[in-house]
Ligand binder design. Structure first.
Ligand code: B1H
Length: 816
């Protein structure tokens, strides 16, 4: 198969054929959806030949591959990415115009696959993009959720979740392969038996099973001809279920059984950082890793492959603890199925896994009840118990007589109930354990897993996160990309350090003027979108102050809200002359987990404040607050390029890394931020003068935590008191004084993430922001330096670090 020619005529011909033959409609009678599907299919043809080639080469060649195991991939729209990778943008725009069609309209018809919650899922998408661009063989394994992250709507300012029906009109980017389905067992019991050569062995007699059908997605590298694969699994009822329907008197019951099986991949858990002990979630986790390991070990590798050499062909990266059940699953496959000895199997398994931790919040470390694992995966529980027994024997040998340490380190905890600590299991099994930013990796070593890092210091490492410059600069910000390319050439697209070449231009007045014009036109583009999408009037002349991320108390959207209320209060009370205020538009974008009460209260408060502020003539032209609903990758691509100020204000020591912080800085926003996560590295690189630092440092946080009384901050700071009093006064809730009671009480009497303690420092830093923004030219200079100095945050660099420090893989021979 060959790649179609890169001409407008060839495109038009292929597009019309797809429309007529693929969709079965004429151009004249086709709907936008018909056209969008036909367009996608036409574009994907350009990647097809390369894809087949990459798959064939990988089967033939012995190059070690990366198996990225992730419960989430937040991919964003596929069409733009494919146009970029194939360099077809101009051809397609022109070809469609010749057919009387508009590319942007068709683009907007695509619903993004929202198969992730936030940063962790988007990181996985950036990583597979980078690996393809770097020509490194990788299979991304995950789950094809029928409903991805919920669609957020606001009703009376409150979040209401709607199902994300991204598949209803069909997804042209996926390729189902039912012939490669895998069976996945659950429940039942284990028994010993004597096999043919007289050996006593164990086997698992399962209670029920489902099949996993893989759906392949193309992961194109940037104009390098490589296409890797993302393989997402979908659960189906097995033939036995069908037979049951046939035989059963109770048809409805049998159909229910089918639904039960297919429920496994029905919906993404809309949780972020607070996993709940949901059985279905454990089923999802096991389902996808069981499919993935069997797929790689028994389908991708030759049938007779010597499994003692498995680590020469694959390394599985565990994206947080969600796929960690893969560890006992690999042991089961090697010992029970392939009949390796336990010791040989463990030696290989330990070389095949590496583990990335993404959190510092203790409640986000998954612990599965032993009872649940025993019921759902009885053989895996036995395997975990044996791994633990051998591990604890090693601990006792290293630290004789230290039974407290043994209890702290045990994979199985006793309290509050018997549970399997998945982070411990991962750490015991992994060749390497990494955090996602320098500070996070340090805290991970010293505070989260100190006993483990003492025992195995060489096992711990850091890989600072990164973001793909293709999607988040080249594609999302075409105007800035063009300006950069005109100045330094286009090598930055695959070698982001080249942005350093912009440094001298920060001192070039003409370049600064052009940079400012780009920012402004990005704001205009955003204003157009928000007008159509949410009915907001975005003042394009004001500072665009952006806080976009999942809603979580540790991220402290409430602190940002207190700042907004303070500014508003000072103007309406007459203490500050509006003419002296730097005009600002504050943009929030955030989804709250549906069961997260305080997060939802915060959303409600932001919307209520927004409604009053935007309607008050006293602050017109000076302060406005916009909160477009349903923040997702697509919206991020319009918002980030328009931002002036990036809010990264988590309590120090709580945000593992952050990646929005990188995207915003790379697009020329200045950061106001705490000394947390990757902010630390951003500040080091861009320089103190080009970053607004505030707030306690992590050690201060740890000290204050011992005696923190938030209400004292309220009593002692007059501006804070006025802001909180105004919030409680009913002024933003039609006179209802109880409207924000849960939020306000939480801040005054609990404030686990110390928003009030950092308030003074934060508003002072905001005054420095205002002062800096008054000099637009100096601001532009600082913004350009942010762009020039953020090359480090390319996910290509992250991948290089994983390769050097963890995977030890190589790029595939090109075009073999
Ligand atoms: C991150 C998660 C997460 N850390 C549980 N942990 C989830 C945990 O559905 N769940 O149960 C979902 C997500 N997500 C984020 O990962 C960190 O908070 C960010 O700081 C980090 O940048 C990102 C990528 O490393």
């Amino acid at each position: 198969m060959s790649t179609p020619p890169h001409t407008v005529d060839a495109f038009v011909e292929a597009f019309l054929r797809e429309l007529n033959v693929g969709q079965g409609v004429s151009l004249a009678r086709s709907s936008v959806n018909d056209q969008a599907l036909a367009l996608a299919r036409t574009v994907r043809h350009h990647l097809m030949a390369r894809w087949l080639e990459a798959i064939a080469t990988q089967r033939r060649s012995p190059v070690k591959a990366v198996g990225y195991l992730s419960a989430e991939y937040l991919l964003g729209r596929q069409l733009d990415n494919a146009l970029l990778a194939t360099d077809l943008l101009d051809v397609v725009r022109e070809g469609l115009a010749a057919c009387g069609l508009d590319l942007d309209t068709l683009r907007d018809a695509e619903l993004e696959p929202g198969l992730g919650n936030g940063g962790l899922g988007r990181l996985a998408a950036c990583f597979v993009d980078s690996l393809a661009t770097m020509n490194v063989p990788c299979i991304g394994y995950g789950i094809r959720y029928e409903y991805g992250i919920f669609r957020q709507t606001f009703v009376d300012g409150r979040q209401v979740e709607q199902p994300d029906t991204w598949l209803t009109l069909g997804s042209p980017w996926e390729f189902p392969h039912p012939e490669s389905a895998q069976q996945v067992d659950f429940a039942g019991y284990t028994e010993t038996y004597v096999d043919d050569d007289g050996q006593e062995r164990c086997r698992w007699v399962s209670g029920w099973h489902v099949v996993g059908v893989p759906y392949n997605y193309m992961v194109p590298g940037y104009r390098n001809g490589r296409v890797n694969t993302l393989r997402l699994w979908s659960a189906r009822a097995t033939k036995e279920f069908d037979l049951e329907i046939f035989n059963s008197g109770d048809y409805a019951d049998a159909v229910r059984a089918r639904t039960f099986a297919e429920n496994i991949t029905k919906v993404l858990y809309p949780e972020d950082s607070t996993p709940q002990g949901k059985e279905l979630r454990l089923q999802q986790q096991y389902f996808f890793v069981a499919c993935s390991l069997a797929d790689y070990m028994f389908e991708v590798l030759p049938r007779d492959f010597d499994m003692t050499r498995l680590h020469e062909r694959i390394v599985f990266q565990l994206n947080d603890t969600h796929p960690v059940i893969a560890v006992p699953e690999m042991m089961r496959l090697l010992v029970d199925v392939r009949k390796l000895s336990w010791d040989d199997a463990w030696a290989v398994t330990q070389k095949c896994f590496a583990y990335t931790c993404h959190t510092l919040l203790p409640e986000a470390l998954e612990v599965w009840p032993v009872d649940l694992i025993g019921r759902l995966l009885p053989r895996h529980l036995e395997i975990i118990e044996r791994i633990n027994a051998e591990f604890l024997a090693e601990v006792r040998e290293r630290f004789p007589g230290d039974e407290l340490r043994v209890r702290r380190m045990s994979i199985i905890s006793d309290y509050p109930e018997r549970g399997v600590r998945m982070a411990h299991l991962a750490t015991v099994a992994a060749t390497k354990v990494n955090g996602v930013a320098a500070l996070h990796s340090e805290l991970l070593r010293d505070k989260v897993l100190p006993d483990f890092s003492e025992m195995w210091p060489e096992r711990f490492t850091n890989v600072t996160n990164g973001v793909t410059p293709r999607r988040f600069l080249k594609q999302a910000n075409p105007r800035l990309s063009d300006l950069v390319t005109e100045a330094i050439g286009d090598g930055w697209i695959t070698d982001l350090d080249q942005l350093q070449g912009l440094e001298p231009l920060a001192d070039d007045a003409e370049f600064r003027a052009r940079f400012r014009a780009v920012k402004r036109s990005n704001k205009e583009r955003l204003a157009d979108l928000l007008r159509r999408r949410d009915g907001y009037e975005l003042p394009v002349d004001s500072m665009l102050d952006v806080m976009v991320k999942r809603l979580h108390e540790y991220k402290r959207q409430s602190l940002k809200l207190l700042h907004v209320v303070s500014v508003y209060e000072q103007i309406v009370s007459g203490r500050v002359d509006p003419a002296s205020v730097v005009p600002r538009t504050v943009v929030f974008g955030a989804k709250a987990a549906p069961g997260y009460r305080m997060a939802k209260e915060t959303i409600h408060a932001i919307n209520c404040v927004s409604a009053v502020v935007n309607d008050d003539p006293a602050v017109k032209g000076v302060l406005s607050v916009v909160f477009p609903s349903n923040y997702n990758v697509t919206l991020a691509e319009s918002l980030i390029p328009a931002a002036d100020l990036s809010e990264q204000i988590s309590l120090a020591g709580k945000e593992a890394s952050g990646t929005g912080n990188m995207k915003l800085a790379l697009n020329g926003a200045l950061t106001i931020g705490t000394d947390d996560g990757a902010n630390v590295e951003i500040r080091e690189l861009v320089g103190d003068d080009n970053f607004f630092l505030f707030g306690m440092l992590e050690p201060e946080v740890a000290t204050l935590a011992e005696h923190y009384v938030p209400s004292r901050c309220y009593e002692e700071d007059d501006d804070l008191k006025r802001a909180i009093d105004l919030l409680s006064s009913g002024a933003f809730a039609g006179g209802d004084r109880t409207a924000f009671e849960p939020l306000v009480s939480n801040l005054l009497y609990e404030d686990r993430f110390m928003a009030l303690a950092d308030y003074r420092s934060y508003v002072d830093a905001q005054s420095r922001v205002d002062a800096a923004y008054r000099d637009p030219d100096a601001w532009a200079r600082a913004a350009i330096l942010n762009v020039a100095r953020c090359g480090f945050f390319s996910s290509d660099r992250s991948m290089r670090d994983y390769i050097d420090r963890i995977w030890h893989t190589e790029p595939a021979p090109a075009g073999e």
